[in-house]
Design a protein around this ligand. Structure first.
Ligand code: FAD
Ligand code: PHB
Length: 389
């Protein structure tokens, strides 16, 4: 087979890239190791920046998002038994949209199916060849046979555990990492959200987050130990612990119910540099991971794809490779700012087991400063709604 661009991975970054390129008449093949249903069943992120929404519009996959997404003009931070609102709209003129990643994926898959672009699900043992040479190729197994695709470029959109980053020679890649000493226990429940906006809770027993998927479905998280298992957390225990971390008035609005999904996610910051090696370009989680506290993972995948699609379109429509040359530096500059913001939100809002009395006092002072300073709130707001591309 032959195509212009092979995209490895059909998560949000691979699918969005495929759609933006298709709109410009550029041919792609997507290779995904899992089944379509598996990809659609993964429960993940929920908050979209305006820039992400704009790219989904450009990709022709934002119609349902505009109908069903919930526009949020602010968020709340709970600390010392009080809730404080950060007004994104007043501070930055921008908003965010709550629309779940599963639905973003579904809309992009449907848009791809509508144009008849090629996707191989359950592609086995994907391997990349000659990525820095003249004949980049991707090999994979399907239907009991081995297939090979020749292409101009390869987009590694295959997430943190994918094959693309691992194809780079070890001595050509620098990895920067921080593992946090806790995880997030998430529960999804078919009950209305506790409040109209998200509530990020700093509490001496640990962080909590009250989020939502729709007006009738809520998503809650509790900071938990990294070594805990979901079997240790029956629903009753989860609701009891969440109630203890909320102020009494908020807790009164909580509508517990039977969980329809429950999972534990480790918290990690990770960046691999560079994001380009020859004709291979990494985008999204394949190059970087952030802890979810800043709601940035999916949005960073989208901004990478924004830069990469523009660079590839320039290459095919105007014959200029300047955008491709600049891709890694431009993407990484934005990535590191989001890594910093996600780290900052995480260290400010969580309880660290090794924290000294001094550390705790400084953290409390930081929260009090934030909640009393318009300048500090503007800084949080402009990062949360998304820095410009
Ligand atoms: P992915 O969504 O990981 O997609 C990569 C795709 O590549 C997958 O479909 C995978 O099956 C496929 N693939 C992998 N290896 C291969 C291979 N060898 N060959 C072919 N295909 C392959 N972000 C937030 O902002 N908020 C959250 O609450 C949040 N929660 C998260 C919870 C979890 C458990 C995880 C893992 C992530 C979470 N994120 C969250 C991050 C967010 O979901 C990701 O940043 C986003 O999915 C990145 O999109 P992606 O397309 O780059 O990668
Ligand atoms: C979510 O709804 O899953 C969510 C929202 C905001 C975050 C993280 C996760 O910061």
């Amino acid at each position: 087979m032959r195509t212009q661009i092979v995209i490895v991975g059909s998560g949000p970054s691979g699918l969005l890239l495929g759609q933006l390129l298709a709109k410009a008449g550029i041919d792609t093949i997507i290779l995904e190791q899992k089944s379509k249903d598996y990809v659609l069943g993964r429960i993940r992120a929920g908050v979209l920046e305006q820039g992400t929404v704009a790219l989904l519009e450009e990709a022709g996959a934002a119609e349902r998002l505009h109908r069903e997404g919930l526009v949020h003009e602010g968020t709340e931070i709970a600390f010392d038994g009080m809730r404080h609102r950060i007004d994104f709209k007043a501070l930055t003129g921008k908003t965010v949209t709550v629309y779940v990643q599963t639905e973003v994926t579904r809309d992009l898959m449907e848009a791809r199916a509508a144009i008849g672009a090629s996707t191989w699900y359950e592609a086995l043992s994907v391997s990349l060849h000659d990525v820095d040479g003249r004949r980049p190729r991707v090999r994979f197994g399907a239907n009991g046979e081995t297939h090979e695709i020749e292409c101009d470029y390869i987009a590694g959109c295959d997430g943190f555990h994918g094959v693309s980053r691992r194809t780079l020679p070890e001595d050509r890649i620098s990895a920067y990492e921080r593992v946090y000493p806790f995880g997030w226990l998430g529960v999804l429940v078919d009950k209305p959200p506790i409040s109209d906006e998200l509530i990020y809770v700093n509490h001496e027993r640990g962080f909590a987050l009250c989020s939502m998927r729709s007006k009738s479905r809520s998503r809650y998280y509790l900071q938990c130990r990294s070594d805990e298992h979901i079997e240790d957390w029956p629903d009753d225990k989860f609701w009891e612990e969440l109630t203890r971390r909320l102020d009494p008035e908020t807790a009164r609005n909580l509508q517990p119910g039977a969980s329809i999904e429950k999972s534990i996610a480790p918290l990690l910051s990770f960046v691999a540099e560079p994001m380009r090696f020859g004709n291979l370009f990494l985008a999204g989680d394949s190059a970087h991971i952030v802890p979810p506290t800043g709601a940035k993972g999916l949005n960073l995948a989208a901004s990478d794809v924004g830069y990469l699609s523009a660079a590839l379109i320039d290459r095919y429509k105007r014959g200029s490779t300047a955008g491709l040359e600049a891709y890694a530096d431009r993407a990484l500059a934005r990535v590191w700012k989001a890594v910093r913001f996600s780290w900052w939100m995480t260290q400010m809002l969580h309880r660290f087991p090794e924290a000294s009395g001094f550390d705790r006092k400084v953290r409390a002072a930081e929260l009090k400063y934030l909640l009393g300073s318009k300048a500090a709130q503007t800084s949080l707001a402009e990062n949360y709604v998304g820095l410009p591309y």
